[in-house]
Write a protein that binds this ligand. Sequence first.
Ligand SMILES: [Zn+2]
Length: 234
Amino acid sequence: MFLVAKARNVVVAIVAIVVLVAGGVCIGLGAAKGTGMAEGKTVAIDPGHGGYDAGVSGKMGTRESDVNLSVGQYLAAYLRGAGYEVVMTRTTDRACLPVGSLKRQDMDERVGLINRAKPDLVVSLHCNSYPSVYRRGVQTFYSKGEDEAPARGLMEHLNRTVNAPLGRGFEAVWGEYYLLQKVRAPGVIVECGFLSNAEDEALLRDRHYHMLLAYQIYCGIEAYWGVQETGMWF
Ligand SMILES: [Zn+2]
């Protein structure tokens, strides 16, 4: 409905402004400022799921695989604009192996693609779902026994820029993550929000929010490498 859509747009616009102000950034239409830290660094982006595997979905029909891909494409653009090499496990709405493949084989295909690129960092993008509809926010995860620094660094940045203005905050959490265990590089899983929460789903349906979130993930990566992002130009 028009009224509902209009109200949602207002909410997204308000959240966008809050995120931008909290992040202390200036958004336009162009590439992120090169920092000099990017030289020779490669980031692997894994937009989770795809094709026959939509991942979790929200009440409004939002598919996790679509959100992951959109955020991943914006993140790739920001990183490339700053001079990083980027490799993506997928750039279209498809799994890495065709229908009928086992999930583990799809994951192995992604792991192989990532390891061949010899990245300095792996960012796997997902969306969350939870039995309680009240739980919301962006979270990072690391694999038990693996390097925790990327997840902790990104969580700290995302708490400050994305979660705190909305009254949210998390610690990086460990889990058993096949992809992170198999890749030969530090890695982090970013859960972009909860599709089980109506407000998060409204945000995660909006491409402008994908862009804002991707920009803050990009800034979090730079912060992890010790770069203080000062601004960007579009
Ligand atoms: Zn997922």
